[in-house]
Design a protein. Structure first.
Length: 370
């Protein structure tokens, strides 16, 4: 089997009303997605998505003509190309889709087959008042979720903590609440400084009193000692990070220094599926947890799900969901059917071979950037 071509469908969904992402200072009036298709001479096509694949045309020749099943070779080639360009991990996802289809099995089975479904948490995306956040939390619980992540802005800490407290009081102790401080990385052009360690220590201490399940991305990745200090000072609060950490050696250092309770590497944005599996296994061997970031689109969600279910990630899986601003219909506009959790709040691994992606070709034609 040989790769005959790699094609990219660049899509753009107009967002009206805009989506006010907590980590982006600019309201989002559009949602871009790139669908990667790896074509083979045996008629099997692999599908991936996640990062936008900017500049990939320069590196297409590194893969066309090669055996799509030679995954270790391709991962190394993607790493070399990504060093000079952008993260091209959606290509790896498409290659795993081919591998699963060739063997007739879901990719999660090839990655270890530890779980058929994972409990999901509703991952909010916008900053909301305590009253608005409680209203959303009630909708989330009604949809089946038993856990939710709330964003807190460093310039609106009191309001954010109040929102967490309101959700805790309204939904009770049986509903898990995570908090994301969004301090580890920045959107392009966002030059604002992160909150300093002293301020972050105070925030985490306040959240500990509310029995949050974890505090995510509390510090910039460079502050390894700060992460370790937060864990030592707040033994009842898990510290989570790593979603956009592109450096495998640095992630290994975090593991060696025991800096985190929960590792969150995104397989289509950060380090790829094969490397994420390796690091997840190492985290488990150290009695730490792996639950990947999955804020892309439904194809990216599936790629992360297959790795997480394969290795037994958890205890929850991230499901981007914050109605009415962010819904499965917006997130998965290129799919035949949007992904949804079941009545128990779990996300099931598709039983189809590969990643289980089913595209809506009419939607792709409609939203393709000309």
């Amino acid at each position: 089997m040989k790769i005959t071509d790699i094609t990219l469908d660049r899509l753009r969904l107009e967002l009206d009303p805009p989506f006010h992402a907590a980590w982006d200072p600019v309201p989002r009036t559009r949602f871009d997605a790139t669908v990667v298709r790896v074509h083979t001479d045996e008629g099997i096509t692999g599908i991936g998505s996640g990062d936008l694949m900017d500049g990939f045309d320069t590196y297409r020749h590194l893969f066309v003509g090669e055996d799509p099943l030679a995954i270790t070779r391709h991962v190394r080639a993607i790493e070399t190309a990504s060093f000079h360009g952008a993260p091209y991990w959606p290509l790896e996802a498409a290659l795993w889709d081919i591998i699963g289809k060739v063997h007739g099995r879901p990719v999660a089975e090839l990655f270890g087959n530890a779980a058929k479904k994972l409990p999901a948490y509703a991952s909010s995306g916008e900053l909301k008042s305590p009253r608005e956040r409680v209203a959303t939390a009630l909708k989330v619980r009604e949809a089946g979720f038993r856990a939710m992540k709330i964003r807190i802005d460093r310039d609106r800490v009191d309001e954010g903590v109040a929102a967490v407290r309101a959700v805790r009081e309204e939904l009770g102790d049986d509903f898990a609440v995570m908090v994301d401080l969004n301090q580890s990385w920045r959107m392009a052009g966002d030059t604002a400084h992160a909150a300093d360690l002293a301020a972050t220590r105070r925030i985490v201490a306040r959240l500990a009193e509310l029995d949050v399940f974890w505090v995510e991305e509390p510090l910039p990745y460079a502050d390894l000692d700060g992460f370790k200090r937060l864990r030592a000072e707040n033994p009842g609060v898990r510290i989570a990070a790593g979603e956009m950490h592109h450096s495998v050696p640095e992630l290994l250092r975090f593991l060696e220094e025991d800096a985190l309770d929960v590792y969150q590497m995104d397989v289509v944005l950060a380090i790829g599926m094969l490397r994420a599996r390796t690091l997840a296994e190492l985290a488990h061997l150290k009695h730490r947890q792996f639950t990947p970031h999955s804020w892309t689109n439904g194809i990216g969600v599936l790629a992360n799900l297959h790795v997480s279910a394969g290795v037994g990630g958890g205890p929850y899986f991230e499901f981007p969901y914050d109605p009415p601003g962010w819904t499965p219909e917006r997130r998965d506009f290129m799919l035949a059917e949007p992904l949804r959790v079941d009545a128990d709040g779990c996300l099931e691994v598709p039983d189809r071979p590969g990643l289980g992606v089913e595209l809506d070709e009419d939607a792709i034609d409609r939203w393709r950037v000309k």
